[in-house]
Structures are given as structure tokens and as C-alpha cells.
Design a protein around this ligand. Structure first.
Ligand SMILES: O=C(O)CCC(=O)C(=O)O
Length: 240
């Protein structure tokens, strides 16, 4: 399987701020991931985020769990091959943004439009792995194409309540992203996006991971990062 992106797909990603990856995760992997999420929730393997009534809604720190299936899926060719077209050969996962699996239960969704990073000079590529089919009824992701090119804002959440965003009328340009189970959505972390509202009584399980290119000027290795592919070259010119 060659899951590299074509130049046209790369261009659309840069232009629109999102891309539906062409090759889904194998169905067996999806089933194994779902089983792993339920096992850790049922066995109360912390850290788990719970709603105010104690219902588990999110499994945190999935890259750091004893069950390595999450890491294996997040570093598998169907996701890293297309990412390599965007990020180059040296790719790392950030452990301290996302790194979670979410149930997206019906009444628990209070999500509003947000970004995943504040500044375009600190780029991050987010991949949302859908472990169950998602559509309008169960709250598929919504995003505003092109919004990654709008100005930097010094916070991430509730962007759609910001007066200049309200006045701009762009929230009405949000589009829903129905995806099959195993489908993966790559987004520029600056694109305005949100989880839709789940109107069903079922879960709409997904996993979210942030990726970036290895920083060739970083003087120290960041313990919050996990090497996913390639190496950590240092090309600073302070050594010559
Ligand atoms: O699952 C989604 O629709 C969006 C996920 C997301 O924004 C997040 O995990 O921060």
C-alpha cells in the first residue's frame, strides 16, 4: 500500500486546512483499539476524564499506556506515510496535546469551535482516528475550511464566541465531516473545528493524536515528545 499524498492532496491540505486520508486503518486494528479503550475504562486504568456525574468520557495519555496498541496504531504506515508527505521523514508525537481517546457521549458534549495550537509558527498536525462511523446524527467533526489562515489568537477554546469571529459570519461556513469507522482526518491544528453534538444514545468513539516535524534546531530532546519515525537531526549552526 502506498499511502503517500499526491502533490494535489498536499496542496489541498495546505489550502483548506484538512484532508480525509485515503486509506483507513484495517478493520481488525479498529476493533482491537475499541476493545482496548473499553478494557482500560472498565478496569479504571487512569488517567481517565469523567463528567460531573462520574461517567467516564475520555481515556488520557494513550501513548503512555501499558497496552501498546494505541502507539502501534498511531505510528502505523496508514497514518505516518501520508504525514511524511506533509512533515518530512522525521516525525514526532506530542504527548502533551490530545493523546486521548474520547467516547463523545450524547449529553456530554460541550465542545465549541477551537484550535489545537495558538500560533502558526509552532505548527502541529492533528489526526482524528474514528473508531466508529461518524455522521450528522452522532456528532461528526465540524470544521471551517481555510480558518487555519486567519490570525493567531492567544487561546484555543470557544473561538466562535469571540466578537470578531461572530461579526465575520464565518461560523456559518462550517462543514460536517462524516467518516467511516477506521477513517482518519488530518487537520492543520489551527483550523477551527469542533466535535458535533451526538443525538444518539451510542458512543462515537475517536482517538486524537498531535504530530509535528522533529525540530532540527532543538538543543535538547523534549521528554514530552515521542519519536514516531526517522531520526533527530540537529542542524543548528552554532557548532561551526
Ligand atoms: O473528534 C472530533 O471530532 C474532534 C476531536 C478534537 O477536537 C479533540 O480531540 O480535541
Amino acid at each position: 500500500m502506498n499511502a503517500l499524498l499526491t502533490p494535489e492532496q498536499t496542496r489541498l491540505f495546505r489550502h483548506n486546512g484538512f484532508l480525509k486520508l485515503s486509506h483507513p486503518l484495517p478493520q481488525e486494528t479498529v476493533e482491537d483499539l475499541k476493545a482496548a479503550v473499553w478494557a482500560d475504562l472498565n478496569n479504571e486504568v487512569e488517567p481517565i476524564v469523567r463528567s460531573s456525574d462520574g461517567t467516564p468520557v475520555r481515556l488520557s495519555q494513550i501513548m503512555d499506556r501499558n497496552n501498546t496498541i494505541f502507539r502501534q496504531a498511531a505510528t502505523s504506515p496508514p497514518v505516518l506515510d501520508p504525514l511524511e508527505s506533509i512533515l518530512g521523514p522525521n516525525i514526532e508525537i506530542v504527548r502533551n496535546r490530545h493523546n486521548h481517546a474520547t467516547l463523545n457521549l450524547a449529553s456530554k458534549n460541550t465542545d465549541r469551535f477551537h484550535r489545537d495550537i495558538t500560533q502558526w509558527t509552532q505548527p502541529l498536525a492533528t489526526v482524528i482516528f474514528y473508531l466508529e462511523e461518524t455522521h450528522l446524527d452522532n456528532g461528526c467533526t465540524q470544521l471551517i475550511p481555510g480558518s487555519h489562515l486567519l490570525p493567531g489568537i492567544n487561546y484555543l477554546h470557544n473561538i466562535d464566541q469571540e466578537p470578531w469571529v461572530v461579526d465575520s459570519g464565518i461560523v456559518h461556513q462550517a462543514v460536517p465531516m462524516p467518516m467511516p469507522a477506521g477513517g482518519m482526518l488530518l487537520i492543520d491544528s489551527l483550523v477551527f473545528h469542533r466535535i458535533g453534538t451526538n443525538h444518539t444514545s451510542n458512543t462515537r468513539m475517536s482517538m486524537t493524536i498531535g504530530y509535528r516535524s522533529v525540530d532540527e534546531l532543538a538543543g535538547v530532546e523534549d521528554p514530552k515528545c515521542l519519536q514516531a519515525r526517522g531520526e533527530r537531526p540537529y542542524t543548528g549552526n552554532d557548532q561551526t
